[in-house]
Design a protein around this ligand. Structure first.
Ligand code: LMR
Length: 397
């Protein structure tokens, strides 16, 4: 019956986690998957989340089905986090949001909707991007192409090429953007660069799809939402997928949201109804527990305040690790410029290491990076950073 089934060889990021688990070497360090670990190398349980969970459990509420679109208080809080409390578009009901199964679920629901109404459009993703962006849009039937982004020569962005590219692609093309903490490079557009490209996206009638999975870990919760708020201000019709996996450290709960910003309240309602349509067909409704915990953190002032300082702490620790890595590598190899480590933002750094060097790190030092040279900075800590920096120095010699 199943002889003809193709074998799925696994996802390049998730498979590495399994290989890492099997590695018996005690000095091993996993810098592959995008997960925030604390100073002791542990996945944190945030205090704000712990209190929200305790509160929820103490109420002994049975787990009812949520509506297709998720919990109302959750959805409102997501809008405030992304668009800002005083955003006039919220009062005008031009933004609609649904609770989803993480950021991946938000991307998939958005992709389903877009393919139903814009199936001839091409989806453009940054070169490079998170591999699952391509997979998710291809899975619903889109043709996915790349737009110029990272420049390996300079470690910056091919900004002029990007601008030219946006000026020439067809109307209604879908452009997937990373508002902050670009995955995999850590190289973000500046505010001035956003101010240049967003009006082009609007004038050219392109459909922006902003995927924000690391809000708070770049420059701060508010600062990281700049591109989203600017696009809303400029009157673009666009989508935002966001994830709470990293900033609430709720990876396994699958908690995220999908928002649409439309020209009118009526259009926003139409798109929202199609999100419900897609959700009903994909998984019916999102998780109760995840929705409630997130909603309690976001809607209880004392927990929200505690959460924002916990996110700030993660951001600062990531920065400290960037600096320490830069210092040690610059000391070990003085003639090489490692300043990109401190310029990049968020969890990831594109190290510029070749595939051969990445494989050497894995084989000889039990240090795991993704094969494209991406490393997860937040898996570094004071116990392993010298070991990692020295291993890097060895393969760079
Ligand atoms: C990553 O890029 O490592 C994370 O977003 C986790 C994942 O699902 O790939």
């Amino acid at each position: 019956m199943f002889e003809h089934v193709d074998f799925f060889a696994g996802d390049p990021i998730l498979s590495l986690v399994e290989v890492f688990k099997q590695d018996q070497r005690s000095e091993k360090v996993n810098l592959s998957i995008g997960v925030y670990y604390d100073e002791n190398g542990k996945l944190p349980l945030l205090n704000s989340v712990k209190q929200a969970e305790e509160h929820l459990v103490s109420q002994h509420i049975p787990s009812a089905y949520l509506p297709m679109e998720g919990l109302l208080e959750f959805r409102k809080a997501a809008q405030i986090l992304l668009f800002g409390e005083d955003n006039p578009l919220l009062k005008e009901n031009k933004i609609q949001t649904v609770q989803t199964l993480g950021g991946s679920g938000a991307l998939r629901v958005g992709a389903e909707f877009l393919h139903k109404y814009f199936s001839d459009s091409t989806v453009y993703v940054s070169d490079p991007t998170w591999g699952n962006h391509i997979a998710i849009f291809e899975a619903v039937g889109f043709n996915v192409e790349k737009y110029p982004y990272y420049d390996p020569e300079t470690g910056g962005i091919k900004f002029e090429a990007l601008v030219e590219f946006l000026k020439k692609i067809s109307e209604k093309s879908i452009v997937l953007l990373h508002p902050c903490c670009h995955n995999p490079t850590g190289v973000d557009l500046t505010r001035e660069e956003w101010d240049t490209i967003l009006p082009i996206i609007k004038e050219r009638n392109l459909i922006a799809f902003m995927d924000i999975a690391y809000q708070g870990l770049g420059d701060g919760l508010e600062e990281d939402a700049y591109a989203i708020r600017r696009a809303a201000y400029l009157g673009l019709s666009f989508f935002v997928s966001n994830s709470y996996s990293k900033n609430l450290s709720l990876y396994g709960e699958r908690v995220g949201a999908l928002s649409v910003v439309a020209n009118t309240e009526e259009e926003a309602k139409l798109v929202f109804s199609q999100f419900q349509f897609a959700i009903r067909r994909l998984y019916s409704s999102p998780p109760f527990h995840a929705g409630h915990i997130t909603s309690i953190v976001m809607n209880t002032p004392q927990l929200y305040e505690e959460w924002t300082s916990e996110v700030e702490g993660m951001k600062l620790r990531i920065r400290e690790m960037r600096q320490k890595l830069y210092d040690t590598l610059s000391q070990n190899i003085p003639n090489k410029d490692f300043s990109y480590f401190t310029k990049q933002r968020g969890m990831f750094s594109f190290t510029g290491l070749t595939k051969e060097q990445v494989l050497r790190l894995r084989d000889e030092f039990a240090v795991y990076l993704v094969e494209n040279g991406r490393m997860c900075i937040s898996a570094l800590n004071h116990h392993n950073i010298d070991y990692v920096a020295n291993a890097f120095s060895k393969v760079l010699e």
